[in-house]
Every structure is written in structure tokens, then in C-alpha cells.
Design a protein around this ligand. Structure first.
Ligand code: NAD
Length: 252
């Protein structure tokens, strides 16, 4: 966990920061002293002290405009949290090419676009850090998650490649690998079940801890990787999964 002064004077941009993990991260960074802007499809729920910027990570022009506007409002940029992402269910037979392109566009190219727009700003920072929200799906071999897993596998390798490319520029790049996190996204999946309460109980029972990960627990890991406290850490993936991977368990 971080202390109030860890982010004093630092400026951060969180994509997908209007909901779930992104919102918990934006709130935590702000509580720890950072000036924080949120980039989201729908930033209408974002309130002060957070600054909301409307953009779609699949639209390069809107990303460039939002990153520039955020940096202008914040007075620079030290921390980029690439968190915006969407889900997909099914085997390779269940998703057509259009669906593959749609999800890859958000989950993988979205990170490429925001990072490309942010790099010139991050190069001017003395504490530059990029944190990508990946997933245990990157390496766990989850059933019926072929497309989603492939996008997160790409996020993991992109994190390592970006860390190598920018280490000598003083820009650190890491990712977090959450397990099943209690966010509006998971709430929507549960609500679609015939018996949401029974589905939630079954999901909790499959967790090593017997409960879902909270968004603020993922935010804590992101904040650590974004702060100068982790100044010697780059090119790593930090699991925030209630022991799912370390204990060699897998959700079904
Ligand atoms: P969420 O749906 O609660 O929030 C996602 C946010 O991203 C929303 O505010 C949404 O408007 C925004 N967003 C979506 N598409 C966008 C786009 N094209 N441009 C800009 N913003 C966009 O989801 P969450 O559960 O908080 O997930 C956030 C991240 O965490 C995702 O990358 C997801 O893959 C990852 N993750 C979630 C879980 C989980 O169990 N919830 C587990 C592992 C990883």
C-alpha cells in the first residue's frame, strides 16, 4: 500500500476510469496526492477532484485529443494506467472475425494508441510509469474465453516489449493480472444468469479465498506499480487473484 505523499505532485491518466477497477484506481491515486484525469467512453459519473475526458480507445484521433487535453489540464503526465477493456466469451467457434477485431481493437490496440499518445509526455517525467490491466486469462488457459484470453496474452507480451523499449528512457512498464473482481462488469455477467445469487455463490466458492477480489485491491497493486516505491520494477506482471495462479487453481 502507498502513503499519502507517494503521489504528491504526480499527474496520472486512467483509461476506463469511470467504472470498476479504473474508477477505484483513479480514486486511490487522487487520495494519495496525485492529480488524476480519467479517459472513458462515458465519463459522466466522474466528479471532482477527478477530471473526466470522453474518448474511445478504438479511435486514434479521440485518444490523441483526450491525452493532450488531460496533460494540459494536469500540467504534464507521469503515470498512464491502461485499464479500458471489454470481455468476450466462447471458444474459437463462437466468435466471428468481426468480433475478434472488435475486442482486439479495444483491449490491445487501445493500449497501443494511448501509450503512443502519452510517450512524448512521459519522457519529460522523472517518475514515468505505465501500468496495464491484464488478466490471469493471459496465461491460465481459461475455458470458453479464447478471444478474451488471446487479447490479454497480447497485453502481457506488449507490457514486456514496451518495458524493454523504454527502460533506458526511465519509463517503467508493468501490468497487473486480476482474477475475478467484483466490478459492474462481473455484476452484468451475474445478472444475465438464471439465478444471479446462486451464480455469485458458486463463483465465490470457486475462489481460493472464498470471495471475489475487490476493485480497490487491484487499485492498490496498480498504485504500487505506478508509484516511485516500485522504482526498480519494470517488465513484471503482478497477480491480484486471491491465490488463483500461485496455488495453481483455475476458475471453470
Ligand atoms: P468495467 O466494465 O466495470 O469498466 C470498464 C470501463 O472501461 C468502463 O468505464 C467503460 O466505459 C470503459 N471502456 C470500455 N471500452 C472503452 C473504450 N473503447 N474506450 C474508452 N473506455 C472504454 O470493467 P472492469 O471489471 O473494471 O475491468 C477493467 C479492466 O480490468 C479491463 O481491462 C478488464 O479486462 C480487466 N479485468 C477485469 C476483471 C474482472 O473480473 N472484472 C478480471 C481481470 C481483468
Amino acid at each position: 500500500m502507498t502513503d499519502a505523499q507517494d503521489f504528491d505532485g504526480l499527474k496520472a491518466l486512467v483509461t476506463g476510469g469511470a467504472s470498476g477497477i479504473g474508477r477505484a484506481t483513479a480514486d486511490l491515486l487522487a487520495a494519495r496526492g496525485a492529480r488524476v484525469a480519467v479517459l472513458d467512453l462515458d465519463p459522466s459519473s466522474v466528479e471532482g477532484p477527478l477530471l473526466g475526458h470522453r474518448a474511445d480507445v478504438t479511435d486514434d484521433a479521440s485518444v490523441r485529443a483526450a491525452v493532450a487535453a488531460a496533460a494540459e489540464a494536469l500540467g504534464g503526465l507521469d503515470v498512464l494506467v491502461n485499464n479500458a477493456g471489454i470481455g468476450a466469451q466462447g471458444t474459437v467457434e463462437d466468435n466471428d472475425d468481426a468480433e475478434w477485431h472488435r475486442v482486439l481493437d479495444v483491449n490491445v490496440l487501445g493500449i497501443v494508441r494511448t501509450t503512443r499518445a502519452a510517450l512524448p509526455l512521459l519522457r519529460r517525467s522523472a517518475h514515468a510509469a505505465v501500468v496495464n490491466t491484464c488478466s490471469i486469462a493471459a496465461t491460465a488457459g481459461l475455458p470458453r474465453r479464447a478471444l478474451y484470453s488471446a487479447t490479454k496474452g497480447a497485453v502481457l507480451s506488449l507490457t514486456l516489449a514496451m518495458a524493454a523499449d523504454h527502460v533506458r528512457e526511465g519509463i517503467r512498464v508493468n501490468c497487473v493480472n486480476p482474477g475475478t473482481v467484483d466490478t459492474p462488469w462481473v455484476g452484468r455477467l451475474l445478472d444475465a444468469a438464471a439465478d444471479p445469487a446462486a451464480e455469485r455463490a458458486a463463483l465465490e466458492a470457486r475462489q481460493p479465498t472464498g470471495r471475489l477480489v475487490t476493485a480497490s485491491e487491484v487499485a492498490g497493486a496498480i498504485a504500487y506499480l505506478a508509484s516511485p516505491l516500485s522504482g526498480a520494477t519494470t517488465g513484471t506482471a503482478l497477480a491480484v487473484d486471491g491465490g488463483m495462479q500461485g496455488l495453481r487453481l483455475r476458475p471453470v
